[in-house]
Design a protein around this ligand. Sequence first.
Ligand code: ATP
Ligand code: MG
Length: 367
Amino acid sequence: MHLNQIYLRDFRNYKELSLSFAPGVNLLIGDNAQGKTNLLEAIGYLGSGKSFRTQKGSELVALGAEFCQIEGEVYAQERAQSIKWTVFSGHNPRRLYRNGVKKRSAGDIRGVLQTVLFCPEDLTVLKGGGSGRRKLADQSLCQLRPNYEAALTEYNRILEQKSKILKDRYENPALLDILPEYNQRLCQVGALIISYRARFFEALGKAAAEYHQSFTNGKEQFALHYKTVSTVEDPFAPVSVLTQDLNDHLKSHYRAELESGLCLTGPHKDDFDIELNGLSVKSFGSQGQTRTATISIKLAQRILMGRETGELPVLLLDDVLSELDASRQDFILHQIKEGQVFITCCEPGKFTSLGKTITISGGQIIE
Ligand code: ATP
Ligand code: MG
């Protein structure tokens, strides 16, 4: 799949823009605050109806305008297709058209223009706390496996109810009687989640390791380790075995949970660790290494999604080139040969031999 053309009207700092793209690499060059990230945001929104920067649609509308338009010509599912969004600054609901026909929700354009984004905020994922890493994995897995999404939703719902029972244990001790039922279901659904994650992390780690190898000319060995509940010896074991493992862990933490009033055991605490040449990125990775490892993971996510749907999602890389040395920059600009890629960058003089260079200034394209 690729985006052939975009048309923007009153979108952020773009008054009016009509621009065509290469099916390969598109390098967006410009000084700070000229509209590079805004353009990536428009492309992401076009395909998903979601902005990676804001929940408020009104923020997308140029200051002073009543509505904005984001329109694109996409080649996907072996044919040309168009998507058009109109988003209002006031309370009017947004409008969506696919091939000129009005649609009700973003679900109606699912799979037409899928994107995978890397942005500077992603750099905190490998260095920061576990919740960011779980979110990254869950987002990907939910897109790949609808059954996983259903299991995760159920797990989170039970977990919330269990948390409430534990929190109110002194005011409402009678509720503790139903705790075993919640625990049993948590173990069953939790086991399913671990089973999905084990397979996902294995595939993700393998694909990311290949990218990372090429990125570093074979100098850095990338390894991803999935970390789950300590009683789980083999996350690939049958779900019935995993359920028993989780049960064992729960039993040994029963008193601690009652004392602390917290849900201490289960895959909601899962995490993963990346090692480069045997050293944890979280503790020892340099900025460039962390950036490279994060990009490798994003490229791997994209490949996994592509394998599933048969079409490689469009890659949006915001500000990846800074802090990378020349050979890692070269890999991004010249070696990502598959599918369509958008890369923003502040340095003039950068070019790509695989596509198109576009210079942006003040919400306009400089020819
Ligand atoms: P950098 O290199 O610093 O990341 P950039 O080219 O990515 O810069 P953008 O984030 O795309 O810059 O933002 C460009 C400008 O768009 C900003 O100056 C911002 O004030 C402006 N802008 C954002 N939202 C709106 C809006 N709704 N209306 C008008 N202008 C806006
Ligand atoms: Mg930017």
